[in-house]
Design a binder for this molecule. Structure first.
Ligand code: NAD
Ligand code: TYD
Length: 338
């Protein structure tokens, strides 16, 4: 099978590509624009793998997408590519609407035209908005996104479902909670705090730090996506989460403790605008229907993640210095010109 993976140079996409190449005989076609969040160095371990091909292209560019679909004839699409950071969506919402909404629609049109057999839309639990102290998001919870990021993901999620309803396309939607693990861009909470702590820099905690996120290891998320891919019902939505709610401040303190750094590094800073207070996923449907269960335990997997950043200093130092952006030119520009 030929699987086209958008956003395969990003955090979850790269973990997914590595997993797919490890666990299947599929051909994997990565389409990624290599925005600031795209890092081909994350795919270094598989760059010589003949089953992998890479196309640098923008998913909003319908001519470029048409050409790629025509050339590669994918059987299935797993769609990760997105602008993904809430804080950036507050500073500049426009690219979130274009990439996340328009880009998804372009991919759906190409998939429809080229007879793609399965389109996996990687959405997010943030489409449900914020919870009070109790309750969980189920697949039937109303969509009530709060940030320009989550609103654009909700729009994309619904456009994808509309292609199933209207055109009979085989679309499945996943809504996962916050991911952590190797290869996450260090603007997100966990890698940012690890790196700042390592360098004895202040750890900026928004507001009181009592906002709750429901953390899942990226490998559990990728396994769930494969379960949805293989066994999900067309037109259905699947929540993904590992019942692991934590206040942000607890995460920050665990990171400091693991690294042997003092809590005096914590700085409570001005809260994020419109900050969602609590997310919590009910994964019962996905577990029951697909037989998927998360394997990682936070108590072990968070320290292992911290240790990954310790052991892969070059990876994140090159991200921070911007050197990772030269990698594409060095590795691929000539090959693609040939
Ligand atoms: P990321 O920001 O690390 O990676 C996004 C990737 O998409 C990058 O490689 C980037 O270059 C690429 N991209 C961005 N704009 C593009 C465009 N116009 N054309 C082609 N490629 C483009 O994001 P992530 O954290 O890996 O998230 C991947 C997906 O999973 C997103 O759709 C996100 O909404 C969803 N998701 C993320 C989380 C999370 O905790 N990170 C949780 C649930 C769902
Ligand atoms: P983030 O990793 O941006 O994910 P999301 O906003 O999509 O859930 O943030 C996770 C939580 O951590 C969120 O409640 C915001 C908070 N946060 C901080 O307190 N300080 C920071 O510097 C960052 C990046 C996030």
């Amino acid at each position: 099978m030929n699987v086209l993976v958008t956003g395969g140079a990003g955090f979850i996409g790269a973990n997914y590509v590595l997993r797919r190449l490890r666990t299947s005989d599929d051909r994997v076609t990565v389409v990624d624009a290599l925005t600031y969040a795209g890092n081909l160095e994350s795919l270094k371990a598989v760059e010589e793998n003949p089953a992998l091909s890479f196309h640098r292209a923008d998913i909003t560019d319908s001519d470029a997408m048409e050409k790629i679909f025509e050339e590669t004839k994918p059987d299935a699409v797993v769609h990760f590519a997105a602008e993904s950071h809430v804080d950036r969506s507050i500073l500049g919402p426009r690219v979130f609407t274009t990439t996340n909404v328009l880009g998804t629609q372009v991919l759906l049109d190409c998939s429809k035209k080229h007879g793609v057999q399965r389109f996996v839309m990687v959405s997010t639990d943030e489409v449900y908005g914020s919870l009070g102290k109790t309750g969980l998001f189920s697949e039937t919870s109303p969509l009530k996104p709060s940030s320009p990021y989550s609103a654009s993901k909700a729009a994309a999620d619904l456009v994808a479902l509309s292609y199933h309803h209207t055109f009979g396309m085989d679309v499945v939607v996943t809504r996962c909670s916050n991911n952590y693990g190797p290869l996450q861009f260090p603007e997100k909470l966990i890698p940012l705090m690890i790196i700042n702590a390592l360098e004895d820099k202040p750890l900026p905690v928004y507001g009181d730090g009592m906002q709750i996120r429901d953390w899942i290891h990226v490998e559990d998320h990728c396994a769930a996506i494969d379960a949805v891919f293989a066994k999900g019902m067309a037109g259905e939505v699947y929540n993904i989460g590992s019942q692991n709610e934590r206040p942000n401040i607890e995460i920050v303190k665990r990171i400091l403790a693991h690294l042997g750094k003092p809590e005096t590094l914590i700085r409570h800073v001005e809260d994020r605008l419109g900050h969602d207070r609590r997310y919590a996923i009910d994964p019962t449907k996905t577990e029951g229907a697909l037989g998927w269960v998360p394997e990682k335990k936070f108590e072990d997997a968070l320290p292992a993640t911290i240790d990954w950043y310790l052991a892969n200093r070059t990876w994140w130092e090159r991200v921070r210095s911007g050197a990772y952006r030269e990698y594409f030119e060095a590795q691929y520009a000539q090959r693609l010109a040939d």
